[in-house]
Write a protein that binds this ligand. Structure first.
Ligand code: SF4
Length: 224
C-alpha cells in the first residue's frame, strides 16, 4: 500500500496539477468550511454552493446570527442542499456546542489537539467521520486525511482490499508525511479523478491511473 499511495499521488498531481481547495466565498472561511462540510453530506457541491451563496447573501456565515436564527428559517435557506430540515438541525447542533463550550469561538474549538477535536466533533449529533475530518483538515488546518466515497471507490477499484473508513484512513496516514497541504491536495486530486474518470460507470481508457489499476486492466471486473 505504501508505494500505491505515493504513486497515485504523484501521478494525479502530474495530471491535474495544483487544485485550489476548499472553495470559499465569504470572509469567514473557517465557519463557511464547517457549514459546507455539513451541507455536502449526500449531495454534490453545486447544490451546496447555492446554499452557501444564500447564507452569504443573508449575512448568515456568522456564528452569532446562526445561533439566533430559527431552525425552520435556516432550513428554507439551505433547501438546495437536500435533506434541509435535518441539515439545518445539524448546523444548529454544531453552533450550539460552539457557544455552550467554546464561547462561540472557532479558534478556541480548533485549539484542541487533533484527537480531542475529532472526538468533540463526533459527539455532535449529525457530524460523522467524513464531516469531522473535513472540518479538521480544511477549517482547522490540521493533518487529518479525509475519506470520501470517491476515495473508497478508487482504491477499491485499484485493488486495495476493502476496509472500513478507519482502516483506509490509516493506510494514507501511515504512508504519507503528516502534512496539511499534502492531505488537502491529495483529497482534492482524488475527487477530481472521481468526477472525470472513476465515476459510477468508470471511463478507464483515458484514466491516468490505468497502469496501476486492476479494474481498469480488466483484472477485477467484479467491482463494476
Ligand atoms: S482505471 Fe478505471 S477503475 Fe481504475 S481508477 Fe481509473 S477510472 Fe477508476
Amino acid at each position: 500500500m505504501q508505494n500505491l499511495v505515493k504513486n497515485v499521488y504523484f501521478k494525479l498531481l502530474k495530471e491535474f496539477g495544483d487544485l485550489n481547495w476548499w472553495p470559499v466565498i465569504s470572509n469567514n472561511h473557517k465557519l463557511e468550511i464547517c457549514l459546507g462540510a455539513i451541507l455536502t453530506q449526500s449531495t454534490n457541491w453545486r447544490n451546496v454552493e447555492k446554499s452557501i451563496l444564500k447564507l452569504n447573501d443573508n449575512n448568515l456565515i456568522d456564528a452569532k446570527k446562526l445561533k439566533n436564527i430559527k431552525v425552520e428559517e435556516l432550513a428554507q435557506l439551505i433547501k438546495s442542499s437536500g435533506y434541509y430540515n435535518q441539515k439545518a438541525k445539524k448546523i444548529k447542533n454544531f453552533i450550539g456546542v460552539l457557544f455552550e463550550e467554546f464561547n462561540g469561538d472557532l479558534d478556541y474549538l480548533f485549539s484542541l489537539r487533533i484527537k480531542e477535536l475529532r472526538n468533540k466533533l463526533l459527539c455532535i449529533n449529525g457530524i460523522g467521520k467524513e464531516t469531522a475530518d473535513s472540518i479538521i483538515l480544511y477549517a482547522a488546518n490540521k493533518p487529518m486525511f479525509v475519506i470520501d466515497l470517491y476515495t473508497k471507490r478508487i482504491f477499491s477499484r485499484l485493488g486495495h482490499e476493502e476496509g472500513d473508513y478507519d482502516k483506509l484512513q490509516l493506510s494514507f496516514m501511515k504512508n504519507l508525511p503528516f502534512d496539511v497541504e499534502l492531505f488537502n491536495q491529495y483529497h482534492a486530486l482524488l475527487v477530481e479523478l472521481g468526477k472525470r474518470y472513476c465515476k459510477k460507470d468508470p471511463e478507464c481508457s483515458n484514466c491516468p491511473l490505468l497502469n496501476f489499476c486492476r479494474t481498469g486492466k480488466g483484472l477485477n471486473p467484479s467491482v463494476f
